[in-house]
Ligand binder design. Sequence first.
Ligand SMILES: *[C@@H]1O[C@H](CO)[C@@H](O)[C@H](O)[C@H]1NC(C)=O
Ligand SMILES: [Zn+2]
Length: 445
Amino acid sequence: MLTWLVGARLLVITILTMAASGIKLECGDEICLIDAGSPPPPDQARYDHYRIYNVQFDNQEQIELFQKLEDQSDSLTFIGHAREIGQKLSILVAAHRVADFADLLKTYKLKHRVLTYNFQEKIDRNMGEVLPESIDATQYDWQHFFHLKTIYGWMDVMAKKYPDLLTVLDMGKSTQGHAIKGIKLASKPDNKAIFIESGIHAREWIAPATATYIINELLTSQDAGVQKLAKNFNWIIFPCVNPDGYKYTFEHDRMWRKNRQLFGTCRGVDLNRNYPDHWNSTGSSSDPTRYDFAGPSAGSELETQCLLQFIRSNVQKEQIKTYIALHSYSQMLMFPYGYTKERVSNYDDLQEFGKKAAAAIKAESGRDYVSGSLYETIYPSSGGSMDWAHEEAGIPIAYTFELRGPPDSQDLFILPAVEIQPTASEAFTAIRTIVEAADEKGYYN
Ligand SMILES: *[C@@H]1O[C@H](CO)[C@@H](O)[C@H](O)[C@H]1NC(C)=O
Ligand SMILES: [Zn+2]
């Protein structure tokens, strides 16, 4: 099938030429599509025979080589940057680069493993676990993944079911005009509040699923400890703070991470590098084609501005004392800072709560989660929402969770739906452990 994009002038000529041959022609506001008959396949990125390599750097030469490689090639998706000796890094290698990449590993003697030989199989399986956008929101569950519309519909359903406890919130509109909706669960007006943000990175589908799981647990759990948390704290939860990106992962590219703001020939700001706290200082890019593009200026993006505005106007009023950001993957419980190895003023407390939370997860599911400052635990990065929430908004308890799978996951961000329930449950256990430990230390007095 042939498809041409043509400008308006060319179009006139084309219509005349094509009219006789009966070729169908459609023209919208922006593009004109000349179509030779059969319906076109969807505009959807595919990853057939893409491989995931996990490589280990044993010397400085290898590190510099891979730094150059990341700069040069958009056929290699690095999950992180090459930084230090002993580091292991996962890289998604495009099918047409597999031979070349394997040769490079051999030539420079890099230790490595192939984690996955055909990444599209992971995506196909994952797309089979999505319920159609047309379903009724009452069918929402934690055995499938759901479109933005269904998540928002489910929040409305729950708000109708628990009118005395729940309010649906709207933070404002995204770049492409979608509402950023959340929910507030309030048993008592004077409670201290816990704020949960998820889905800032579009492809990390387990994060919104975990956020809705937590809302549901707080409302329906028979566990006395959970009921106490629901009664004695107010919960403000925004499952999808990057709605444009989230929609894009369902409709066009499962691996999309950023928002959908246009920059010439490419799109997207990494919203978790866009916050106005030591913005653009480390672990982010000034190149709009990169996955960690920090944006043209601090707080440039509408989605960032919505969240900044919401926290600024509610942090005192709602007494927000805890900020949790949900991400995947790597199984980490991290606290500030992301931008420096300098220690935050309540480092010892945050370290202690994080270690307790990791131990609670280990006891529940056997999974290993690592706790520490973001800078020390995953990689240096600036402009993250957590650093801003702690530093500028003054929220003392702040964590970024990297949920399942493990750092050498074969699935990257494509977690099987069967893992939603256990992942969300252990995340909630971690939050519960942190809140209870912080409560004991007097953080909510
Ligand atoms: C961001 O930082 C880079 C590297 O230091 C610098 O080249 C660039 O000009 C900065 N961008 C802005 C908009 O300040
Ligand atoms: Zn993330």
